[in-house]
Design a protein around this ligand. Structure first.
Ligand SMILES: *Cc1c(COP(=O)(O)O)cnc(C)c1O
Length: 373
């Protein structure tokens, strides 16, 4: 009996390791890959992915929050884990007991961390133009003040690019300006005798479009999973990325819809002529965007099967009229390959008016995650 259940994710870890190599080929030899495994490794399964990466020699990881970091520690991830976002003071004890590295979000947050009174490893976030987190790069006095906080052990300084995916002249100019500001800050810190810290600024698109940069780490997320954010994105680097994840479910029941009959909540789909329909055991609680009602499609036996009617929490319906032989128990592929056809995560996301990062990170906890290689 298969152990896949009603809906599942298949993971190709060979592709993950292939993508790591592709990224390593783009970056300097002394630059380390610090994968972004936040949001359950973009829905892939954080523990599974981080363990595979650790076995492949990766020692540094970044996550969004303390609970994600603790999950990795408890699963045996031993290297540096950088928390990119906010940690509440009630979890400062965890930063110490689990040896986590916390981002200093700005000077006042750095003071809060320092007030905890125990040594904490810190990377300082620098705002070079995104204006989300980080102390402003031109606020050198505040940044130096963070160094004077004696409980903080500053091991890194980093920034984040916000239009590195853009290929327009304006976006390239903006990105190069962010990089320039970051470099100027690092230089100013060195001139003041502050050193011994690592630097990093590139996520996936920073690597793929600005591979000539030379910092100590890169922080790839989406590219590591073998996926681009949007369909048709072009990148500067010559790189062969292979998707790690497939999303599949089962056809559980087949029926005939007669002319004039409707299907699903709200009766939003009506058959103009006789149709063959299939119920599939996956829904919006599993991460299929409800936006794809009467809009998306799945692949069944290598053919396109349109989603008809409203997507339910746990199920949806496909029109399988044009597919030669379908039976209950056949697979419906939402992301991945079926026969000679493929739905990429970016194409799937595009239909739902979003990016692959959002679709993947929202894949539900009910899905079984199965390694296929
Ligand atoms: C999520 C995140 C990344 C990874 O982004 P991708 O575009 O998926 O590579 C890198 N750095 C920071 C600060 C992030 O929040």
């Amino acid at each position: 009996m298969n152990q896949r259940g009603r809906a599942w994710i298949e993971l190709n870890l060979d592709h993950l390791l292939h993508n790591v190599k592709q990224i390593r080929n783009l970056i300097p030899a002394n630059c380390a890959v610090m994968p972004a495994v936040k949001a359950n490794a973009y829905g892939h399964g954080a523990v599974l992915i981080a363990r595979a990466l650790q076995e492949a020699g990766i020692n540094d990881f970044c996550v969004a929050c303390a609970d994600e970091a603790i999950e990795l520690r408890e699963a045996g991830i031993t290297g540096q884990i950088l928390i990119l976002g906010y940690t509440s003071p009630y979890q400062f004890p965890d930063l110490v007991s689990y040896s986590l590295t916390q981002t200093a979000l700005d000077i006042s947050y750095a003071r809060l961390l320092n007030d905890y009174g125990q040594p904490i490893n810190v990377h300082i976030g620098i705002d070079t133009g995104m204006h989300r987190l980080g102390e402003r790069s031109d606020n050198i006095e505040a940044i130096c003040d963070i160094w004077r906080l004696t409980n903080l052990k500053i091991t890194g300084v980093f920034s984040h690019l916000c239009v590195s995916d853009g290929r327009s002249k304006a976006k390239k100019t903006f990105t190069l300006e962010q990089i320039k500001q970051f470099n100027q800050l690092v230089k100013a810190l060195h001139q003041r005798g502050l050193g011994g810290f690592k630097t990093h600024i590139q996520g996936s698109y920073g690597i793929l479009n600005y591979p000539f940069l030379r910092y100590d780490y890169v922080r790839p997320g989406i590219a590591l999973y073998g996926v681009l954010s949007s369909e048709g994105d072009k990148v500067a680097a010559n790189v062969d990325l292979r998707p790690v994840l497939s999303l599949k479910s089962l056809i559980t029941s087949i029926k005939t819809l007669y002319p004039g009959e409707s299907a699903g909540y709200g009766l939003t789909y009506t058959a103009a002529e006789e149709r063959k329909t299939a119920a599939v055991s996956i829904g919006y609680a599993d991460g299929i965007p409800r936006e794809l009602s009467n809009r998306g499609y799945a692949l069944v036996n290598g053919h396109e099967a349109p989603i008809i009617g409203r997507i339910c929490m746990d199920q949806l319906m496909l029109d399988i009229s044009n597919i030669p032989t379908v039976s209950s128990g056949d697979e419906a592929v939402f992301i991945g390959c079926s026969g000679r056809r493929e739905i990429t995560a970016a194409a799937f996301a595009d239909r739902a008016n979003t990016i692959s990062n959002e679709v993947l990170s929202r894949l539900g906890s009910r899905l079984k995650r199965i390694c296929t290689d």
